[in-house]
Each structure stands twice: as C-alpha cells, then as structure tokens.
Design a protein around this ligand. Structure first.
Ligand SMILES: [Zn+2]
Length: 268
C-alpha cells in the first residue's frame, strides 16, 4: 500500500516537479519560483547588440528566456513578487498550498503585462485580501493597459519611494530603485536574495554584455546604468539573484568576470 501511495505521489507530483517551480531557502524565508513560460527567444529587440556580440553569445540569434513571478513565504505570510501573465500562476500557487485569498502582499516590480496580468482572474480581483505595493514613480506612469486592473485594487494600493540604497519596506523585505526599464522599476531584497524583476531579459547576452539594452526599455540608457549598479551591488554583497526572465531555475549567483562582464550560475 505504502509503495502504491509513493508511486502515486511521484506520478502526480511529476508535473509540478518539472520546470514550473523551484524553491530556495534564505535565512528567514522561502523564495519560490512560479514559472509560466520557458522558451527560446529571438534576439531581435536588442540595442547595442553588435555582430561580434551576436557571434559570441547567440550564434543562432536566439537565447533562452522565461516568464516568472515569485512567492516569498515568511513568518506565515504569503508575499507575491509580480503576478506573471496569470496562466500558470494559480496552479503553481496551489501546488505550494497557497490559495489566492491567503496572499496578503503583492510587491510589483513594474507595470508590464507579463508582470501584472495575474492580478485578475475572470475579470475580477484575483487576490481579494492583498495589499499592492508599487513605487511612486511607477504609479505616476501607469500604462494604459494597466489602468483597468489597478482600478480593481484601488483601495489596496500603497506606494513608496525606493532609494538607490536598499531600504526596508515590509515584512523585513527591502526595496531598491532600478529605474530605466520602466520609469519606476523596483527590485526587492529578502535576506541574501534579490528578486531583480527585469534587470535582464536576455541573460546569455546581457550577463557578459550588460550594456546591451532591449527595445522595451522606456529609457535604455537609464536601464543600462541601473543594470550595472545592481550587478555591482549583488556581486559586492554576494547576493543570490532571482529574475522574472532568467530561464529555469531562475535563481542563482552572479560573479564578476572582468571590468563589466558577469556570469550567472544557476542554483541547484
Ligand atoms: Zn518583463
């Protein structure tokens, strides 16, 4: 009986153990990857992507990408960082025993659809008990396609002003300004782990060449400056990083490989 049960457990657990989730334990929290898409992307929208860089980093003109949100479990609190597209989000949360009404805080890195669409489910507020935290700058520059969704959370939105240094925000989590990709793009730090949102889109290219930008950056030059500052910060402080577009397992360590060249090693 016990054997049958363990076989059943393995069978049913298998899809969840595929590439949807990955968990990393920090000193006081568990950071869980909620992945939605892992795919190969065409290196079409990059800025400053020279033929030499292409030949070295993406000879077939593609790079591996992902679309992720993260769940932080800390002191009995469920804290979401972004909500992805909302396609796999609820299934992924359920696989970690979390119902939408049990999410008390949602930290938003920025207001692009692949980060906020999961805030709604069938046209209604998907997280009825959640406070939504986003930077003042992002809230002052809400894109047209995010307005309706934010309206649903109107009474639950709290804005804050992240600084260039890490500043304590809520539940022992700090925020840090990393503007450029969008006007108010913000990263979050829990213990020794930074969830860096869209600091990179094309890891294979932007780790060795962080001055390569992407056409979706609101201000590519500012995005490059923020990327270099954050890369310097995480390597200096030996922080683990987790990223919304880092391919599975989407969590790992960054090391400096030269003046402005970095390397990402996935966590195991
Ligand atoms: Zn994104």
């Amino acid at each position: 009986m016990k054997t049958i049960l363990s076989i059943l457990t393995i069978l049913f657990a298998a899809p969840l153990l595929s590439q949807n989730t990955f968990s990393y334990k920090t000193a006081n929290a568990e950071v869980i990857l909620l992945a939605e898409i892992n795919s190969t992307r065409k290196a079409d929208n990059l800025i400053g992507y020279t033929p030499e860089i292409a030949a070295e980093t993406a000879p077939d003109n593609t790079y591996p990408g992902g679309t992720n949100a993260f769940l932080i479990k800390k002191n009995g609190e469920n804290i979401l960082v972004d909500t992805g597209l909302g396609r796999e989000l609820f299934k992924n949360l359920e696989s970690h025993g979390v119902q939408p009404e049990e999410v008390g805080t949602i930290l938003i890195t920025h207001l692009h659809p692949d980060h906020f669409l999961g805030l709604v489910k069938e046209g209604a507020k998907a997280f009825p008990n959640a406070k939504l935290l986003l930077s003042l700058k992002e809230n002052e520059n809400v894109p047209e396609n995010a307005k309706k969704i934010l309206e649903l959370y109107k009474s639950d939105i709290k804005t804050f002003e992240p600084k260039e240094e890490a500043t304590l925000l809520i539940h022992g989590i700090s925020s840090m300004a990393a503007y450029g990709h969008t006007p108010g793009h913000t990263v979050y730090i829990v213990d020794d782990l930074m969830i860096w949102g869209d600091i990179t889109h094309a890891m294979a290219i932007q780790m060795p060449y962080p001055k390569v930008a992407i056409s979706y950056d609101t201000d590519p030059q500012m995005a490059i400056k923020s990327r270099l500052r954050i890369l310097e910060y995480v390597t200096k402080n030996k922080l683990i990083v987790a990223g919304m577009h880092i391919p599975y397992p989407s969590i790992g360590i960054v090391t400096k490989e030269g003046a402005e060249r970095y390397k990402f090693t996935p966590a195991k």
